[in-house]
Design a protein around this ligand. Structure first.
Ligand SMILES: Cc1cc2nc3c(=O)[nH]c(=O)nc-3n(C[C@H](O)[C@H](O)[C@H](O)COP(=O)(O)O)c2cc1C
Length: 267
């Protein structure tokens, strides 16, 4: 670990924030990396990002590349949201099921996926990988194959009936769907991918773009060879979530009610 001793205030933040206590104090009270870091560091970058004076650089190790303060984007004070704004934003996100007949530019989708990288992941494994439909035709094909699977297996007759009547209950006519997959033998692929999908929904909401989990597709996709083949899912990977994306046809003006939160304290 490179520590600029001219800058370091020995505040202790990098010791305290390391998830594996790999940063310890040297004799003078400056931070240094324990040898165990070579094997145990998860490259979360917290030691570099927490430093208020940009004194810490993480060296290249077998498990991680060098990380300098300059490589870590600054947290812009002016871009901070208030508690009221943040809570309205979170409470105001809705699953959108009516979309405009308009595609989202590639770069906008790429930017939203980029935000999803910052979701928590077990041991900072970041296993989520995405497959995204670029065109409404490709999106519709996936909905069609999902209905095909349902018909073959005699499940969800209502959804099939709707489809025959021109009503898409699978992807609600969204122009895009983003499917997140990961290696099955990872630590917590289902949780990691679900969180990445939740972040994608929030990134969409931040841009006024509609999103909704595509549960039917998610359930069927993996077990139905034609969908698996169409997606080109890598060997050993599973699908853990699918999110429709598109411009909402309507805007919500109120926040619907939800069940009271249930919790209890223990002392
Ligand atoms: C795992 C999961 C699967 C879902 N599958 C579908 C789905 O297949 N179709 C759909 O319209 N909504 C689906 N939803 C969205 C939920 O219905 C929605 O989140 C819930 O009704 C609450 O509404 P809100 O998201 O607007 O607060 C799914 C949500 C989750 C978390």
């Amino acid at each position: 670990m490179f520590v600029d001793k001219e800058l370091c205030k020995r505040c202790g933040a990098c010791f305290a924030e390391c998830p594996y206590q790999l940063v310890v104090e040297d004799k003078e009270g400056f931070p240094k990396l324990r040898l165990a870091a070579k094997k145990t560091c998860i490259a979360c970058g917290h030691c570099v990002a927490i430093c208020p004076v940009q004194a810490v650089t993480l060296p290249e190790m077998p498990v991680t590349q060098e990380l300098t303060p300059e490589q870590c984007a600054p947290l812009v004070k002016d871009a901070r949201v208030t508690q009221e704004q943040a809570e309205q934003f979170l409470r105001g996100r809705r699953s959108i099921r009516a979309y405009k007949n308009k595609t989202i530019p590639d770069d906008v989708i790429a930017e939203m996926l980029d935000v999803s990288r910052f979701a928590p992941s077990a041991k900072n494994g970041q296993p989520a990988r995405w497959i995204v439909t670029r065109t409404p035709e490709a999106t519709r094909k996936l909905a069609e194959l999902t209905v095909e699977f349902m018909s073959i297996n005699n499940v969800f007759p209502g959804v099939i009936k709707n489809w025959k009547n021109g009503v898409d209950k699978i992807l609600h006519g969204a122009p895009h769907v983003a499917i997140v997959h990961a290696a099955e033998d990872g630590l917590n692929p289902a949780e990691d991918c679900s969180l990445a999908a939740a972040y994608l929904e929030l990134a969409a909401h931040a841009r006024g773009i509609g999103a909704c989990w595509a549960g039917f597709l998610m359930e069927v996709a993996e077990g139905y060879a034609p969908i698996r083949e169409l997606l080109g899912l890598p060997e050993g990977h599973s699908i853990y979530a699918a999110v429709m994306l598109g411009y909402p046809k309507y805007r919500y003006s109120r926040i619907p009610r939800r069940r009271e939160v249930e919790f209890r304290w223990i002392d």
